[in-house]
Design a protein around this ligand. Structure first.
Ligand code: PMP
Length: 290
Protein backbone atom coordinates (compact mmCIF):
# COMPACT_ATOMS: atom_id res chain seq x y z
CA UNK A 1 0.00 0.00 0.00
CA UNK A 2 1.26 3.47 -0.91
CA UNK A 3 0.37 6.20 1.56
CA UNK A 4 0.40 9.89 0.72
CA UNK A 5 2.00 12.20 3.26
CA UNK A 6 2.61 15.83 2.34
CA UNK A 7 3.11 15.29 -1.36
CA UNK A 8 5.18 12.10 -1.16
CA UNK A 9 4.18 8.43 -1.31
CA UNK A 10 5.47 5.95 1.25
CA UNK A 11 5.22 2.19 1.80
CA UNK A 12 3.01 1.32 4.74
CA UNK A 13 5.92 0.61 7.11
CA UNK A 14 7.65 3.89 6.22
CA UNK A 15 4.53 6.04 6.42
CA UNK A 16 5.20 7.90 9.66
CA UNK A 17 4.44 11.21 11.30
CA UNK A 18 6.06 12.93 14.27
CA UNK A 19 5.14 11.98 17.85
CA UNK A 20 4.97 15.77 18.37
CA UNK A 21 2.16 16.11 15.83
CA UNK A 22 -0.76 17.73 17.63
CA UNK A 23 -3.08 15.40 15.74
CA UNK A 24 -1.64 12.68 17.98
CA UNK A 25 -1.00 14.73 21.13
CA UNK A 26 -4.38 16.50 21.22
CA UNK A 27 -6.60 15.15 18.47
CA UNK A 28 -6.02 18.50 16.79
CA UNK A 29 -6.93 17.87 13.19
CA UNK A 30 -9.72 16.87 10.85
CA UNK A 31 -10.59 13.98 8.55
CA UNK A 32 -12.88 12.54 5.93
CA UNK A 33 -13.89 8.97 5.09
CA UNK A 34 -14.61 8.60 1.38
CA UNK A 35 -15.59 5.65 -0.83
CA UNK A 36 -14.49 4.58 -4.28
CA UNK A 37 -16.81 2.45 -6.37
CA UNK A 38 -16.19 1.01 -9.77
CA UNK A 39 -13.07 3.11 -10.39
CA UNK A 40 -14.66 6.39 -9.29
CA UNK A 41 -14.48 8.43 -6.10
CA UNK A 42 -18.02 8.96 -4.85
CA UNK A 43 -19.03 12.52 -3.92
CA UNK A 44 -15.39 13.64 -3.82
CA UNK A 45 -16.12 17.35 -4.08
CA UNK A 46 -18.66 17.19 -1.23
CA UNK A 47 -16.14 15.47 1.05
CA UNK A 48 -13.38 17.96 0.23
CA UNK A 49 -15.79 20.86 0.73
CA UNK A 50 -16.73 19.48 4.16
CA UNK A 51 -13.03 19.05 5.00
CA UNK A 52 -12.44 22.72 4.25
CA UNK A 53 -15.44 23.70 6.39
CA UNK A 54 -14.02 21.65 9.28
CA UNK A 55 -10.61 23.28 8.70
CA UNK A 56 -12.10 26.76 8.76
CA UNK A 57 -13.96 25.99 11.98
CA UNK A 58 -10.76 25.03 13.78
CA UNK A 59 -8.62 27.72 12.11
CA UNK A 60 -6.45 25.17 10.35
CA UNK A 61 -4.94 26.12 7.03
CA UNK A 62 -5.00 23.15 4.67
CA UNK A 63 -1.70 23.39 2.79
CA UNK A 64 -3.40 22.55 -0.54
CA UNK A 65 -6.24 24.02 -2.57
CA UNK A 66 -9.58 22.19 -3.02
CA UNK A 67 -8.37 21.07 -6.45
CA UNK A 68 -5.02 20.03 -4.97
CA UNK A 69 -6.66 17.83 -2.33
CA UNK A 70 -8.96 16.26 -4.92
CA UNK A 71 -6.04 15.55 -7.26
CA UNK A 72 -3.97 14.03 -4.43
CA UNK A 73 -6.85 11.69 -3.50
CA UNK A 74 -7.32 10.53 -7.08
CA UNK A 75 -3.56 10.01 -7.53
CA UNK A 76 -3.34 8.00 -4.28
CA UNK A 77 -6.15 5.75 -5.52
CA UNK A 78 -4.35 5.34 -8.84
CA UNK A 79 -1.05 4.40 -7.22
CA UNK A 80 -2.88 1.80 -5.13
CA UNK A 81 -4.84 0.53 -8.16
CA UNK A 82 -7.98 1.10 -6.12
CA UNK A 83 -11.30 0.52 -7.87
CA UNK A 84 -13.53 -0.20 -4.88
CA UNK A 85 -12.45 0.82 -1.43
CA UNK A 86 -12.27 3.35 1.33
CA UNK A 87 -10.17 6.48 1.43
CA UNK A 88 -9.12 8.18 4.66
CA UNK A 89 -8.11 11.82 4.28
CA UNK A 90 -6.52 13.38 7.37
CA UNK A 91 -5.15 16.85 8.00
CA UNK A 92 -3.29 17.25 11.28
CA UNK A 93 -2.17 20.47 12.95
CA UNK A 94 1.39 19.21 12.43
CA UNK A 95 4.38 18.90 14.77
CA UNK A 96 4.64 21.43 17.58
CA UNK A 97 5.72 21.62 21.19
CA UNK A 98 4.29 19.66 24.12
CA UNK A 99 1.99 22.57 25.00
CA UNK A 100 -1.37 22.60 23.30
CA UNK A 101 -1.03 26.01 21.68
CA UNK A 102 -1.43 25.43 17.93
CA UNK A 103 0.52 28.57 17.06
CA UNK A 104 3.72 26.54 17.57
CA UNK A 105 2.66 24.13 14.82
CA UNK A 106 4.08 25.55 11.63
CA UNK A 107 3.25 22.89 9.06
CA UNK A 108 -0.02 20.98 8.98
CA UNK A 109 0.24 17.50 7.47
CA UNK A 110 -1.99 15.96 4.84
CA UNK A 111 -2.30 12.16 4.91
CA UNK A 112 -4.23 9.99 2.45
CA UNK A 113 -4.73 6.25 2.89
CA UNK A 114 -6.55 4.33 0.18
CA UNK A 115 -7.56 0.90 1.43
CA UNK A 116 -10.51 -1.24 2.43
CA UNK A 117 -13.12 -1.05 5.15
CA UNK A 118 -15.55 -3.64 6.53
CA UNK A 119 -17.59 -1.94 9.19
CA UNK A 120 -20.44 -4.34 9.87
CA UNK A 121 -20.94 -8.09 9.26
CA UNK A 122 -22.40 -8.54 5.72
CA UNK A 123 -25.41 -10.60 6.91
CA UNK A 124 -26.68 -7.62 8.92
CA UNK A 125 -27.40 -5.78 5.66
CA UNK A 126 -29.94 -8.52 4.85
CA UNK A 127 -31.38 -9.13 8.33
CA UNK A 128 -31.08 -5.65 9.80
CA UNK A 129 -29.17 -4.63 12.90
CA UNK A 130 -30.03 -4.09 16.55
CA UNK A 131 -28.87 -0.89 18.25
CA UNK A 132 -29.22 0.71 21.67
CA UNK A 133 -29.30 4.19 23.13
CA UNK A 134 -26.23 4.81 25.30
CA UNK A 135 -25.59 7.08 28.31
CA UNK A 136 -22.86 9.19 26.67
CA UNK A 137 -24.59 12.16 25.02
CA UNK A 138 -23.38 13.84 21.84
CA UNK A 139 -21.07 16.82 22.33
CA UNK A 140 -22.83 20.15 22.81
CA UNK A 141 -22.51 22.20 19.65
CA UNK A 142 -21.59 25.17 21.82
CA UNK A 143 -18.61 23.14 23.15
CA UNK A 144 -17.33 21.10 20.20
CA UNK A 145 -19.72 21.19 17.28
CA UNK A 146 -20.47 17.68 15.99
CA UNK A 147 -20.51 19.21 12.50
CA UNK A 148 -16.71 19.46 12.72
CA UNK A 149 -15.25 16.15 11.61
CA UNK A 150 -12.29 16.43 13.95
CA UNK A 151 -9.71 13.89 15.04
CA UNK A 152 -11.24 14.19 18.50
CA UNK A 153 -13.61 11.22 18.33
CA UNK A 154 -13.59 10.21 22.01
CA UNK A 155 -17.22 11.28 22.40
CA UNK A 156 -18.19 8.76 19.72
CA UNK A 157 -15.69 6.12 20.88
CA UNK A 158 -17.14 6.13 24.41
CA UNK A 159 -20.61 5.63 22.95
CA UNK A 160 -19.28 2.84 20.72
CA UNK A 161 -17.78 1.06 23.76
CA UNK A 162 -21.13 1.35 25.54
CA UNK A 163 -22.85 -0.16 22.47
CA UNK A 164 -20.32 -3.00 22.41
CA UNK A 165 -20.86 -3.63 26.13
CA UNK A 166 -24.56 -4.01 25.35
CA UNK A 167 -23.73 -6.51 22.58
CA UNK A 168 -24.42 -4.03 19.75
CA UNK A 169 -22.37 -2.69 16.86
CA UNK A 170 -23.75 0.85 16.92
CA UNK A 171 -25.25 3.28 19.43
CA UNK A 172 -27.90 5.96 19.27
CA UNK A 173 -26.54 9.13 20.80
CA UNK A 174 -28.96 11.66 22.26
CA UNK A 175 -28.05 15.30 22.68
CA UNK A 176 -27.98 17.04 26.06
CA UNK A 177 -31.70 17.85 25.70
CA UNK A 178 -32.57 14.21 25.14
CA UNK A 179 -33.34 14.47 21.44
CA UNK A 180 -31.86 11.96 19.01
CA UNK A 181 -28.64 13.30 17.44
CA UNK A 182 -27.05 10.48 15.43
CA UNK A 183 -25.04 7.29 15.87
CA UNK A 184 -21.30 7.05 16.61
CA UNK A 185 -20.29 7.00 12.96
CA UNK A 186 -23.58 7.12 11.08
CA UNK A 187 -26.65 9.33 10.69
CA UNK A 188 -30.06 7.90 11.56
CA UNK A 189 -33.36 7.91 9.66
CA UNK A 190 -36.87 6.63 10.35
CA UNK A 191 -39.91 6.14 8.14
CA UNK A 192 -43.15 7.29 9.73
CA UNK A 193 -46.47 7.32 7.89
CA UNK A 194 -44.57 7.11 4.62
CA UNK A 195 -42.39 10.14 5.40
CA UNK A 196 -38.62 9.98 5.82
CA UNK A 197 -37.42 11.70 8.98
CA UNK A 198 -33.92 12.45 10.25
CA UNK A 199 -32.74 14.72 13.07
CA UNK A 200 -31.76 18.27 12.07
CA UNK A 201 -28.06 19.16 12.11
CA UNK A 202 -28.76 21.43 15.07
CA UNK A 203 -29.63 18.32 17.13
CA UNK A 204 -25.94 17.38 16.97
CA UNK A 205 -25.67 15.41 13.76
CA UNK A 206 -22.82 15.49 11.29
CA UNK A 207 -23.74 16.94 7.92
CA UNK A 208 -23.53 13.43 6.49
CA UNK A 209 -22.88 13.15 2.80
CA UNK A 210 -24.73 9.84 2.59
CA UNK A 211 -27.54 11.50 4.58
CA UNK A 212 -27.83 14.20 1.90
CA UNK A 213 -27.73 11.67 -0.95
CA UNK A 214 -30.45 9.55 0.66
CA UNK A 215 -32.66 12.60 1.27
CA UNK A 216 -32.30 13.55 -2.40
CA UNK A 217 -33.04 10.01 -3.60
CA UNK A 218 -36.16 9.86 -1.44
CA UNK A 219 -37.39 13.24 -2.66
CA UNK A 220 -36.85 12.15 -6.28
CA UNK A 221 -39.11 9.14 -5.65
CA UNK A 222 -41.80 11.38 -4.23
CA UNK A 223 -41.16 10.48 -0.57
CA UNK A 224 -41.59 13.48 1.72
CA UNK A 225 -38.48 14.25 3.75
CA UNK A 226 -38.42 16.18 7.00
CA UNK A 227 -35.90 17.07 9.72
CA UNK A 228 -37.86 17.37 12.98
CA UNK A 229 -36.49 16.87 16.47
CA UNK A 230 -36.93 13.18 17.26
CA UNK A 231 -37.18 11.39 20.59
CA UNK A 232 -36.58 7.71 21.40
CA UNK A 233 -40.37 7.31 21.30
CA UNK A 234 -40.36 8.44 17.66
CA UNK A 235 -37.69 5.90 16.76
CA UNK A 236 -39.28 3.01 18.62
CA UNK A 237 -42.68 3.63 17.05
CA UNK A 238 -41.41 4.16 13.51
CA UNK A 239 -42.32 1.83 10.65
CA UNK A 240 -38.72 1.56 9.50
CA UNK A 241 -35.31 2.72 10.63
CA UNK A 242 -31.88 2.76 8.97
CA UNK A 243 -28.44 4.29 9.35
CA UNK A 244 -26.35 6.06 6.72
CA UNK A 245 -22.62 6.64 6.36
CA UNK A 246 -19.95 6.52 3.69
CA UNK A 247 -18.46 3.39 5.22
CA UNK A 248 -21.73 1.78 6.39
CA UNK A 249 -23.77 2.83 3.32
CA UNK A 250 -27.38 2.07 4.37
CA UNK A 251 -27.87 -0.29 7.31
CA UNK A 252 -31.44 -1.36 8.19
CA UNK A 253 -32.28 -1.26 11.92
CA UNK A 254 -34.77 -3.80 13.23
CA UNK A 255 -34.47 -3.44 17.00
CA UNK A 256 -33.89 -0.42 19.24
CA UNK A 257 -33.47 -0.73 23.02
CA UNK A 258 -35.16 -4.15 22.92
CA UNK A 259 -38.18 -2.97 20.88
CA UNK A 260 -38.80 -4.51 17.47
CA UNK A 261 -39.09 -1.86 14.75
CA UNK A 262 -41.98 -2.29 12.30
CA UNK A 263 -42.14 -5.85 11.02
CA UNK A 264 -38.70 -6.68 12.47
CA UNK A 265 -37.07 -6.87 9.05
CA UNK A 266 -35.78 -4.29 6.53
CA UNK A 267 -38.82 -2.37 5.27
CA UNK A 268 -39.85 -1.43 1.71
CA UNK A 269 -38.75 2.23 1.81
CA UNK A 270 -35.34 1.22 3.19
CA UNK A 271 -34.91 -1.54 0.60
CA UNK A 272 -35.77 0.78 -2.26
CA UNK A 273 -33.30 3.39 -1.03
CA UNK A 274 -30.59 0.71 -0.71
CA UNK A 275 -31.15 -0.29 -4.35
CA UNK A 276 -31.14 3.34 -5.51
CA UNK A 277 -28.02 4.09 -3.47
CA UNK A 278 -26.09 1.15 -4.91
CA UNK A 279 -27.11 2.11 -8.43
CA UNK A 280 -25.94 5.69 -7.86
CA UNK A 281 -22.59 4.72 -6.33
CA UNK A 282 -21.82 2.45 -9.29
CA UNK A 283 -22.70 5.05 -11.87
CA UNK A 284 -21.32 8.36 -10.61
CA UNK A 285 -18.22 9.96 -9.15
CA UNK A 286 -14.84 11.38 -10.07
CA UNK A 287 -13.08 8.93 -12.44
CA UNK A 288 -9.75 7.60 -11.12
CA UNK A 289 -8.67 6.09 -14.44
CA UNK A 290 -9.41 8.14 -17.56
N1 PMP B 1 -21.93 10.81 11.87
C1 PMP B 1 -20.67 10.66 12.29
C2 PMP B 1 -20.34 10.97 13.70
C3 PMP B 1 -19.68 10.22 11.40
O1 PMP B 1 -18.43 10.08 11.81
C4 PMP B 1 -20.05 9.92 10.06
C5 PMP B 1 -19.01 9.49 9.06
N2 PMP B 1 -18.35 8.34 9.43
C6 PMP B 1 -21.38 10.07 9.68
C7 PMP B 1 -22.30 10.53 10.60
C8 PMP B 1 -21.83 9.78 8.28
O2 PMP B 1 -21.35 10.76 7.39
P1 PMP B 1 -21.05 10.49 5.87
O3 PMP B 1 -22.32 10.00 5.25
O4 PMP B 1 -20.62 11.79 5.33
O5 PMP B 1 -19.98 9.44 5.81
Amino acid sequence: MKIYIDGKYYDERNARISVFDHGLLYGDGIFEGIRAYNGRVFRLKEHVDRLFCSAKSILLTVPLTHAGVMAAIVETCRRNKLRDGYIRLVVTRGPGTLGLNPNRCKSPSVIIIAGKIQLYPPELYQQGMEIVTVPTTRNLHSALNPAIKSLNYLNNILAKIEANNAGCEEAIMLNAEGFVAECTGDNIFVVKEGRLLTPPLSAGALYGITRRVVMDLAAQSGVKVDEPHLTRYDLINAEECFLTGSAAELMPIVKIDGRVIGAGKPGPVTKKLVTQYHALTKASGQPIYE
